[in-house]
Design a protein around this ligand. Sequence first.
Ligand code: KG4
Ligand code: ZN
Length: 331
Amino acid sequence: MNKKNILVLGIETSCDETSVAVVKNGREVLSNIINSQIKIHEEFGGVVPEIASRNHVKNINFVVKEALKQANITFKDIDVISCTKGPGLVGALLVGVSYAKGLSLALNKPLLGVNHIEGHIAANYISHKELEPPFLCLIISGGHTHLVHIKDYNKFEILGKTRDDAIGEAYDKVARVIGLGYPGGPKIDKLAKEGTPNILLPKPHMDNLDFSFSGIKTAVINLHHKTPDMNKADLCISFEKCTTEILVENTIKALKNLNINTVALAGGVSANSYIRAEFEKLKEQGINVYYPEMILCTDNAAMIASAAYYRYITGETSDLTLNAIPNLKIN
Ligand code: KG4
Ligand code: ZN
């Protein structure tokens, strides 16, 4: 293999996906195996941390082997071993971190722990080979809602974030209460397509670029409890409309403040078809809008390997004191 190429093995175990990937030069995915535990957690209505950790332990060996097999390489071809160090569930993170440390020691290869949120941002580099910083990134996932100025590959400034629920959390809670099940985001997405956005929900007004979703979530839940036979599809699309308006408004404000015209969406909720359709409309205003391909929106290891690549090429590595940091912040 041409050694000018850098192959990064990525390991992602921050929540309920055991994922391992091999990515070449930060942007070319040779394999991206995602072993989802959704079926296991479904009956509990959400992720059970202890069960997630145990299943990562059970799965990881097999998923690593499969990732190497699909990439058609062996351990000796790998240049860097990367893993998510946080944020996430501590027990789940520790499985990936410990495995990566063990591999790094056994193979005598550099180790690199990366921030999961940086991974979500990097998913866009894989899907859009032409995308380079600077740009604005709207990270919308189960755990985060952040507007971040990507000044350079490893230089970030948070411009706004949620003051209460992450948007994905609000989607999941609404879905659970109205009886759609877990994970709620994709279920709301599907049902909303049959509805009309005819229910007015209270939209919070912020004087900065922060977000708030708990008031809207509570309003939907209260409406459902007071009027149980209210059309659920109408409720879903009204909820999507109200939350998306906030995302779009803050994005436009941030782009104006920064005087740039490129925004990339990232995170599990960026798979939402209503949100994508509304952001598509920004293109008419001359704004460049990017989304990762569907499989790279939700948690996966290819995005972790990509983020690791952009740190590794600056000379950064981790040592064996690397630990899981459940509340790790960006920067
Ligand atoms: O990025 P992700 O896989 O995990 C975190 O880092 O949090 O995001 C998971 C979140 C869940 O809340 C899930 O309901 C939501 O992404 N999600 C969606 C859709 N697909 C996944 N939300 C709305 N519409 C979707 N199509
Ligand atoms: Zn995530």
